[in-house]
Design a protein around this ligand. Structure first.
Ligand code: NDP
Ligand code: 2IT
Length: 450
C-alpha cells in the first residue's frame, strides 16, 4: 500500500545511519497495510509519520571520575517516544554499543509492547554507551549518580518511569533511585525494578523470563503440545535468561544451553539454575566458571564460533528462548533451528531475530512469539509495581504471578484474535503489531493534532 511504502521510503533515506531503528519500523509497517486498507482515518491523520518520531528525544553528557581519578565522559539518552496511552515507560540499557539508533529501536518496540499489556503505559527507552564490564562497585555507583544528575529533570511517576535492561539491574536501579531522591526530595514510584524493602514488587525480577515461558505455553496449548520433558535452548545469561531457565525447570522442561558475551554452555543434563544465578548475579563472573564447576557442562568460547552462524542454535531442540540481544538469530541460525526440529520460538530479548529469520519461522508455521508480545511480562510487572506504589500497597508473590500469567494470556489472545481477524491466524507478528498499533493510534486520534 502506497501510504505505508511512502513513509517507509522517506524514513529509509533519513535514518540510513540507524539500521536497528529502520529494522524495527520495517517489521511493524510490514503488518499495517491490511489495517490501513480497511481504516482510512490513520492515513487521514498521518499517524505513521507522527508515530515514528519520538515526542521528545533527550541526549546528554555524563561525566564521572573513575578509580584512578581520571575524568570519564559518556553519552546518555532518554527517548520519550509516545505518551498517547500513558506515561512513558521503558528500560535503561548500559552497553558500549548503545547509540541513538539502538535506543530508538527499543523505544519504538516498547510503544506497541506496552500497549499489548492492556495497562496504561506509553513507550520510552534510555541508556548510555557506558560499559559496566570490569568497573568497580564505586565506579558503577558514581556513573549511575552522574547519569541521574541529568535524567532526573525529565522523569517522574506520572511522566516517565524508567527501569532496567541490559547492564541495568537491581543494583543500578538502587543507585539511580538514591540519587533521584537526593536531587528531588521525593520518594515515589519513578523507577521500577526497585528492591523489595523500598517499593519494589515481588516477581519483577522473574517476570520477563517467566512471561516468555507462559507465552510459549499459550502458543503450544493451541496445538495440543506442552513443554514437559522437552529440550529447550536459552541464550543469554542475564536477568531474562536466568528466570527463563528457572521457569522451564519448574514446568518440567529441559533447558540445555545459556550464553554470555564470551561464550556458551551446553549441558545435556540440564542447566543448573542455582549455579547460574550464583555465577552471574552474585559473583558476576563469565560462564567459563560454570563449566569449571559443573562437570557435565561443555563450554565453547565465542572465538571458536563459526563466522556465519551461532552454534547454540544448531543444537536440536523443541523450543528456543533467545534472551540475550538484538539480531542474535540470523537466517542460518533460523534454518539450523528448524532443521533441528524446533517447534516453538518465544523471544525474551528485543528483536533477537533478523527480518529474514522471522520470515523463515513464519513460513515454517512453527509457534513464533515475537519479542513485543513474548517478553512483555517484564514491563507488565513494572506496571504492577507502579500500581502498588501508587496505592502504597504490596501484593503477595502469588497475586503478582497470577496477574502476570493472566496478562501473558491476554497478550496471546489479542494477538491471535487480531491475526485471525486479518486472515492469517498463525502469524502473531501480524496480530501483535496490529493490536498494539491500533490502540495507540486510536488514542492519538482521540487526543487531536498535538
Ligand atoms: P542482562 O544485562 O541481565 O543480560 C544480558 C545477557 O546477554 C548477558 O548474559 C550478556 O552477556 C548477554 N549479552 C548482552 N549483549 C550481548 C551481545 N552483544 N552478544 C552476546 N551476548 C550478549 O540483560 P537482560 O537479561 O535484562 O536483557 C536481555 C534481553 O532481554 C535484551 O534484549 C533486553 O532488551 C530484553 N528484555 C529485558 C527485559 C527486562 O525486564 N530486563 C524485559 C524485556 C526484554 P554478559 O553476561 O557477558 O554481559
Ligand atoms: O524491554 C523491556 O520491556 C524492558 N527492558 C523492561 C521495561 C520496564 O519498564 O520494565
Amino acid at each position: 500500500m502506497s501510504y505505508v511504502n511512502d513513509v517507509l521510503g522517506k524514513l529509509q533515506h533519513k535514518f540510513s545511519h540507524q539500521p536497528e531503528f529502520l529494522q524495527a519500523v520495517t517489521e511493524i509497517f510490514g503488518s499495517l497495510s491490511a489495517l490501513f486498507e480497511r481504516e482510512h482515518r490513520y492515513q487521514k491523520y498521518n499517524i505513521l509519520e507522527r508515530i515514528v518520531i519520538p515526542e521528545r528525544n533527550v541526549s546528554f553528557r555524563v561525566t564521572w571520575v573513575d578509580d584512578k581519578g581520571e575524568v570519564q565522559v559518556n553519552q546518555g539518552y532518554r527517548v520519550e517516544f509516545n505518551s498517547a496511552i500513558g506515561p512513558y515507560k521503558g528500560g535503561l540499557r548500559f552497553h558500549p554499543n548503545v547509540s541513538e539508533g539502538i535506543i530508538k529501536f527499543l523505544g519504538f518496540e516498547q510503544v506497541f509492547k506496552n500497549s499489548l499489556t492492556g495497562l496504561a503505559m506509553g513507550g520510552g527507552k534510555g541508556g548510555s554507551n557506558f560499559d559496566p564490564k570490569g568497573k568497580s562497585e564505586g565506579e558503577i555507583m558514581r556513573f549511575c549518580q552522574a547519569f541521574m544528575n541529568e535524567l532526573f529533570r525529565h522523569i517522574g511517576a506520572t511522566t516517565d518511569v524508567p527501569a532496567g535492561d541490559i547492564g541495568v539491574g537491581g543494583r543500578e536501579i538502587g543507585y539511580l533511585f538514591g540519587q533521584y531522591k537526593k536531587l528531588t526530595n521525593r520518594f515515589d514510584g519513578v523507577l521500577t525494578g526497585k528492591a523489595l524493602g523500598w517499593g519494589g514488587s515481588l516477581v519483577r525480577p522473574e517476570a520477563t523470563g517467566y512471561g516468555a515461558v507462559y507465552f510459549a505455553q499459550e502458543m503450544l496449548n493451541e496445538i495440543g503440545q506442552n513443554l514437559e520433558g522437552k529440550v529447550c535452548l536459552v541464550s543469554g545469561a542475564g536477568n531474562v535468561a536466568i528466570y527463563t531457565v528457572e521457569k522451564l525447570l519448574q514446568v518440567g522442561a529441559k533447558p540445555v544451553t545459556v550464553s554470555d558475551s564470551k561464550g556458551m554452555i551446553y549441558d545435556e543434563s540440564g542447566i543448573k539454575a542455582d549455579l547460574l544465578k550464583d555465577i552471574k548475579e552474585v559473583r558476576r563472573e563469565s560462564l567459563e566458571t560454570y563449566a569449571k564447576e559443573c562437570k557435565s557442562a561443555k563450554y565453547t568460547p565465542v572465538s571458536d564460533y563459526p563466522k556465519d552462524h551461532n552454534p547454540l542454535w544448531a543444537i536440536p531442540c523443541f523450543a528456543a528462548f533467545p534472551s540475550a540481544t538484538q539480531n542474535e538469530i540470523n537466517l542460518n541460525d533460523a534454518k539450523n533451528l528448524l532443521k533441528g526440529g524446533c517447534k516453538c520460538v518465544s523471544e525474551g530479548a528485543n528483536m533477537p531475530s533478523s527480518i529474514d529469520a522471522t520470515n523463515a519461522f513464519l513460513e515454517a508455521k512453527i509457534c513464533y512469539g515475537p519479542g513485543k508480545a513474548a517478553n512483555a511480562g517484564g514491563v507488565a510487572t513494572s506496571g504492577l509495581e507502579m500500581s502498588q506504589n501508587a496505592s502504597m500497597l504490596s501484593w503477595s508473590f502469588e497475586e503478582v504471578d497470577n496477574k502476570l500469567h493472566n496478562i501473558m494470556k491476554h497478550i496471546y489472545r489479542i494477538s491471535k484474535e487480531t491475526a485471525k481477524e486479518f486472515g492469517n491466524p498463525n502469524d502473531l507478528v501480524l496480530g501483535s503489531n496490529i493490536a498494539g498499533f491500533r490502540k495507540v493510534a486510536n488514542a492519538m486520534i482521540d487526543q487531536g493534532i498535538v
